[in-house]
Design a protein around this ligand. Sequence first.
Ligand code: UD1
Length: 356
Amino acid sequence: MRVLSVVGARPQFVKLAPISAAMTGRADHVVVHTGQHYDELMSDVFFRDLGIPAPDVNLAVGSGKHGAQTGTMLAGLEPVFEEYRPDWVLVYGDTNSTLAAALAAVKLHLPLAHLESGLRSFNRRMPEEHNRVLTDHAADLLLAPTEVAMKHLADEGLGDRSVLVGDVMTDVLYRVRDSAVAGERTAPNGLADGEYYVATIHRPDNTDDAARLDRIVAALAGLDRPVLLLAHPRLVAAAASAGVSLDRGSIVLTSPLAYPELVSAVTRSRGVVTDSGGLQKEAFLLRVPCTTVRPETEWVETVELGWNVLVGDRVEDLAAAVERPRPDATSAAPYGDGQAASRVVDVLLTRGREGR
Ligand code: UD1
């Protein structure tokens, strides 16, 4: 059986790692990189560190407005799908690369499976929300990470196409945690274990409004411990054009980290401040308190279990949230047991044989 995975953005490379390993010896796995992310630190380093074979095809689409970027990918993917004629097209998460691949697959009547299906923020301002809803409704097989995701799919009439497989990010995180933390690493940038925060901000809702960006950066700069700010290219560009200095107060400004370094830095930190989806969950799995700079989250379990606090419009509440006492310990495992990727391959092989 041939499975063709389409990835393009940083979190998708992380999810690809356990899938790629689980495919070995079980399926002919073709990897297509759209080129949505292309910087060394946003792309190549993940393939190298996570032991993922180089993509079979790289469309090198690059950055652009949503329509132009998604359209260029769609046009580029069509001939690739025609050439490989996979038994399954597998798409990951909610990026523009995912939506483009979903459209290209259904137009060619190729079976489409969506990994990390069923997540909802119910915030229609997020490009990811359109991408994930449209992809779920186009797909033949919905591979859901959580019970909550399964419920969302059932509510939308998609229950009979849905399978609960667990979260593949748990697979890769546990594998990397055990090697990264056991290794020789120390806290980054000369910081002291347990005495700094890790922060990432990259969502357009936070970066593209100069006044809001300034309030967020000022709140980070005023925290009671050093804040390792891992600056996404959009944050750097938006801050420069808004005249907002990122390098001030408690902030220790640095480039995005490779995955093992990120896992190590988070593990050794006192807390995480982020608007990333994946990092909220990674913080929870590492049992590091998280503060999310968004009005809502797809990963509601992290909030219900007390390990994540949302700070939406009230940026002035950020310091109190970040500096809060450590939450109660929990042994809850809403994101699976670290074996999701092999379950994904099982389901693809079984459903493929059954003609879906
Ligand atoms: C994308 C995903 C988002 C995911 C994020 C992870 C969509 C709609 N969003 O957002 O869900 O959380 O990836 O990072 O697909 N840039 C570079 N170098 C790169 C890549 C991007 O400089 O290698 C800059 C460009 O100026 C670009 C901007 O970052 O315009 C945004 O990149 P883009 O891929 O459009 O969206 P992300 O914010 O990264």
